[in-house]
Design a binder for this molecule. Sequence first.
Ligand code: AMP
Length: 401
Amino acid sequence: MTASRVLVLNSGSSSVKYQLLDMADRSRLAVGLVERIGEETSRLVHEPLIGGGEKRELSGPIADHGAALRAVAAELAADGLGLDSPELAAVGHRVVHGGTRFTRPTVIDDEVLAEIRSLVPLAPLHNPANITGIEVARSLRGDLPQVAVFDTAFHSTMPESAARYALDAATAEKYAVRRYGFHGTSHAYVSRATAALLGKAPEEVNVIVLHLGNGASASAVRGGVCVDTSMGLTPLEGLVMGTRSGDLDPAVIFHLARVGGLSIDEIDALLNKKSGLLGLCGDNDMREILRRAGEGDASARLAFETYVHRLKKYIGAYSAVLGRVDAVVFTAGVGENAAAVREAAVDGLAELGLALDLEANAVRSPEPRLISTEYARVAVAVVPTDEELEIATQVYALVTA
Ligand code: AMP
């Protein structure tokens, strides 16, 4: 029996999401999440997808990531999917920031872990949680390959002209200030799946990927290689997001500090947690915004229009960056589900070769699908993202190479 299972862990500051996949047939064996780690009201939701087991929910305090992963291990074991199984080939860890050092999936040893730790200043909210997840998983199955898959890696191919800010070069170098990009596993997966949908090899197509979730980013992918993306040093730059501002004049920060008397930490929280759709209208869920806008709510309408305006600007910009565009593809929570956002984002872009089939756009489906008119020069598609499958695929390819 060859080991073909991969456990994918996505450790956040107070949560762990996990999936156990069998790469022999790319099937999911179990999925789940632990949330509110460190609080009294922690919750574990575990769902076995084989063997007819039931979805289970456990509540009660889970003190830390160690306790969380031990609880997950116990749930998996109860379904006969324990971490001690000889069928488990590797554990894959989503790591948010790989800096310029990590441009591909990497087997984690002490030196790699130290390097991931050295990148904490670039991702102070994310990398520490990722590191904790790695440490705990190593303590549970130190004999297994533990592999880090970086959110930044897919964007490491950006040319310097796209990756650099026009800052004093020595200062930028000293503080590692450049554009790294995020959501890389999603952009990689979706751009490849879009090529497949068009019946082409990834090398043959130029794609604009619009990953519109609670966080949102766009990327320009030429022949399977990322040449630009909208997030930068951190996941704050670019599109309007659920709670993040996206692009703004950096002088807004000086103004808020000098005139408003806000501290750096207050401005950080304002731009990351209280801006975007939430800041504009008080809601960050696109479903709620569409509902309110439909009832004539002016601030929800403005939030929607601001969101769409920014999206259009990036579609235009990346059409220029790519020169020839074969497909524009929507993915993630908003991109996969909000037909109104897709319609508004593409509306008026016939000069760029984009035209929607409104009937196809209105269909809800979990399948990758085309929503452009038959005669449009550029295909428009909806392709559900699958970051866990992409992480497992990259991990399995590495450990079986
Ligand atoms: P994600 O981060 O990819 O899980 O996306 C989460 C976001 O997707 C939510 O905050 C919602 O704004 C959005 N979303 C999910 N379902 C729908 C839907 N049916 N219509 C519009 N937006 C949706």
